[in-house]
Design a protein around this ligand. Structure first.
Ligand code: AMP
Length: 344
């Protein structure tokens, strides 16, 4: 019993040590949408909020490394305070193009259970004719996040990456139902060039044409990525790897390894927008602290735990209001609690 406790303490210490490693962490390049969101929940409403897949992802990554570069496009109407916020998290915005049009805007409403939402309006605006441009100095980033955006834009970004040693970067990508429907072929091209696909549960079922999650994970792996993460909202996430790791506790069957990552339990959710993006940003952020450029199933498991913790903060207020104000002590406390809650 005592040695059990000692081992738990040791691994907690390892988990918490991460925070002291951020100075040597690697460069993460994040491309995606930067948006103005209008969000209604059963209890409240927020207008003109900072939103967008890349905004949440970059802010989440910025807790782990001081080198986060954001690739996106905004219009002249983009509020200065949103830009200031990104800069205050030491995010490099040299690749954030400012166009003459209006910023991409998303208007949505959550239903009573806070899981289902209805999109009321999507104003594509500056995203319509956007061609991604990655500044020269950012093209060697070893870690790339293709946050939710058109697969064509994801390909444009990837085509410009050229790591110093000619080695391809490690790439994580998200997507959504819209692209599965209207840009299916291009999305399949993206899948052949990425290491980890991160996708919502309902979208995984849609994309893989099956209602069974394990089957969905296997079918998505067969489309190209080495790993697939299926996000389950308030129920956590699942990691799939196409590998028969005999003897590993994560060996599921003769084909795949599986990890069931818990979510951090919250008593109340104010606004879950961007939780998935925050999960993605923090998972990658953890990977950046390892100093590696190739990652194992075990590395990604650890990253997902950080993803769960950071995503939980995002859910506690509108937009990035809670996330941006989180202290390292609060992150550490939730990492510890999550570990304790899931240990037996
Ligand atoms: P999530 O809650 O993780 O699905 O992310 C929500 C964010 O995605 C919001 O801040 C939106 O601005 C952004 N978003 C919604 N629709 C799109 C779209 N079609 N393309 C890119 N980003 C989007």
């Amino acid at each position: 019993m005592k040695s059990h406790r000692f081992l738990l303490d040791l691994s907690l210490k390892k988990l918490l040590l991460i925070r002291n490693m951020s100075l040597s962490s690697q460069h993460i390049l994040v491309g995606g949408s930067v948006a103005i969101d209008n969000i209604k929940t059963p209890h409240s409403e927020g207008l003109n909020l900072l939103g967008g897949s890349a905004s949440y992802t970059a802010i989440a990554s910025s807790f782990y490394t001081s080198q986060v570069s954001l690739i996106g496009i905004i219009g002249k109407d983009f509020p200065q305070e949103h830009l200031q916020l990104l800069k205050s998290r030491h995010i490099d915005v040299n690749g954030l193009e400012i166009s003459n049009g209006n910023t991409f805007s998303w208007t949505g409403e959550y239903h009573e259970n806070m899981n289902d939402r209805t999109t009321h309006d999507v104003a594509i605006n500056v995203l319509e004719n956007w061609t991604v441009k990655v500044p020269e100095a950012q093209r060697t980033a070893p870690l790339v996040i293709l946050a939710n955006m058109h697969p064509e834009n994801q390909m444009q970004l990837l085509d410009q990456m050229q790591t110093a040693d000619q080695k391809a970067p490690f790439v994580l990508a998200d997507t959504m139902d819209l692209w599965i429907t209207i840009a299916n072929d291009r999305l399949h091209d993206v899948l052949k060039r990425i290491d980890i696909l991160v996708i919502n549960e309902s979208e995984a079922r849609q994309f893989a044409s099956t209602s069974h999650l394990i089957q969905a994970g296997k079918r998505l792996l067969a489309k190209g990525p080495r790993f697939v993460i299926i996000k389950l909202g308030e129920f956590g996430a699942m990691l799939f790897e196409n590998h028969n790791n005999v003897g590993s506790p994560n060996q599921f069957d003769h084909e795949i390894n599986l990890f069931r990552c818990p979510a951090f339990p919250l008593e109340a959710v104010a606004d879950p927008t961007g939780a998935g993006d925050s999960f993605l940003g923090a998972t990658t952020g953890y990977l950046a602290t390892t100093g590696k450029t190739e990652f194992t199933f075990e590395d990604i498991k650890q990253g997902m735990i950080h993803g769960s913790v950071i995503a939980s903060f995002t859910c506690e207020a509108f937009s990035t209001n809670r996330l941006q104000a989180v202290s390292q002590a609060e992150i550490d406390a939730r990492l510890t609690k999550l570990k304790q809650l899931n240990h037996w």
